[in-house]
Design a protein around this ligand. Sequence first.
Ligand SMILES: Nc1ncnc2c1ncn2[C@@H]1O[C@H](COP(=O)(O)OP(=O)(O)OP(=O)(O)O)[C@@H](O)[C@H]1O
Length: 257
Amino acid sequence: MIRVKELSVRLGGREVLDGVDVDVSRGEWLAVVGPNGAGKSTLLKAVMGVLAHRGEVVLDDRRGSGLKPRERARLVAYAPQTPALPPDMTVFDYALLGRTPYIPYFGRESRRDREIIAGVLARLGLTGFAARRVGELSGGERQRVVLARALAQQAPVLLLDEPTTALDLGHQQQVLELVDRLRTADGLTVITTLHDLTLAGQYADTLLLLAGGRSVARGRPAEVLTGALVGEHFDARVMIEPGPGGRPVVHLVRGET
Ligand SMILES: Nc1ncnc2c1ncn2[C@@H]1O[C@H](COP(=O)(O)OP(=O)(O)OP(=O)(O)O)[C@@H](O)[C@H]1O
């Protein structure tokens, strides 16, 4: 579904991604993990086609560079880490922007578009927020609204940049479970960046560990979340043990005092 070959991105005179390969099958969930500045967001932006890059991005057998904006928006939905939100827009109208690729030029949204938005808001626990202005929301509420816009696109590929950072424990679980349900029910292909390594290991099929713009490990959660790899690339002292379903749980270990 997504094939990335030899992807390199140069920003500020520096290679921030350097020859990265990614293969994600239809219905697969890939979590991109790595330390701050590793290039995770850059990878998502390049796959989304909003950053100049070298190398090849193929989405559903089509070269990413050949897609027109509306075609791309029907194929890939992207929820950025820190989007600029128009503060006076209502939650409903902001989520409705996700339907733009389906609304005719100079046309209006259909009743079906409005039903889809109502459904997405309900699934994210946002029904009561529909008439609120996005500038008046908390960080976690805003994050769910950004996700609502992406889900409203009903694209077969979902790129989520740190979808849970501002969310409390329950909402983290709600959002990741929802993405997982959509993936299994509708066959969505998902790439998320995630700082929480335990969550990444619990939900994703495959992990890609980036460090310094390069791919340093790729595989099943237990193959990537090892003490050696996490210790080396995050410069962290951790204890890793098998959790639910044998998937690893990563604990930070306090140093000697
Ligand atoms: N517009 C830019 N100009 C110059 N350098 C940039 C630009 N955007 C990003 N970078 C640099 O590229 C590197 C990769 O950034 P990126 O946002 O992809 O990292 P990340 O892995 O997502 O980090 P984090 O975990 O902190 O979100 C960083 O060193 C960053 O400073």
